[in-house]
Design a protein around this ligand. Sequence first.
Ligand code: ADP
Ligand code: MG
Length: 212
Amino acid sequence: MTIDTARLVAMFAAIANAMSADRDRLCALDGVIGDADHGIAMELGFSAARDAVAALDTAAADPTALLNTAAKSFLNAVGASSGPLYATALMRGAAAVKGKTTLDDAETVALFQAMAKGIQDRGKAEPGEKTMIDAWAPAAQAAGEALASGKGLAASLEAAAQAAKAGAEATKAMIATKGRASRLGERSLGHMDPGAASAVTVIEAMRVALTS
Ligand code: ADP
Ligand code: MG
């Protein structure tokens, strides 16, 4: 599988679509343990990223330039805490593929892992704190392990999507200690973290867009 800039443009369109479709569910999840804006933030951010990368000349822009454009537009569009978290993810992704014009399987997995690491570095959340990291970190690990065991991009991202889903599910049993939901303490128990839920949707949209 070779990923070029046109494929990345299509990936942002797919994520934006998925966020629009998932917006109300994500707002409802955020309404339970946060301020009910997460679906709006994610839709706004990825719609802005989609529009910004669609306006680029894909013949001239390399993956790094494209991902940096997406990062900047995401950050400008989103006032919620997911703004800097995903902007950092995209900027780290951009840095991870610097100098490449197209991405092979290993480079695409490296981009994916750099996104997860960016969110972790920016938000300083550890697994178990009931954040989007509880979906992103196991997903990045699963993708890396699948690739290392000789699997291709499709199987690696399939493993990532499954791990993200299990990770998001596991946040129901966690008490939030980072972000807005941490104010609820034990009352955050029993509810899925909205950022982990949206991470599943982002990762699944990436998987489909990059491997079909
Ligand atoms: P806000 O809390 O500012 O309204 P959003 O509603 O867009 O922002 O996003 C909330 C989500 O952000 C949470 O569900 C959680 O997954 C994630 N989050 C919050 N703080 C952190 C952090 N420090 N690290 C990682 N993710 C975080
Ligand atoms: Mg919110």
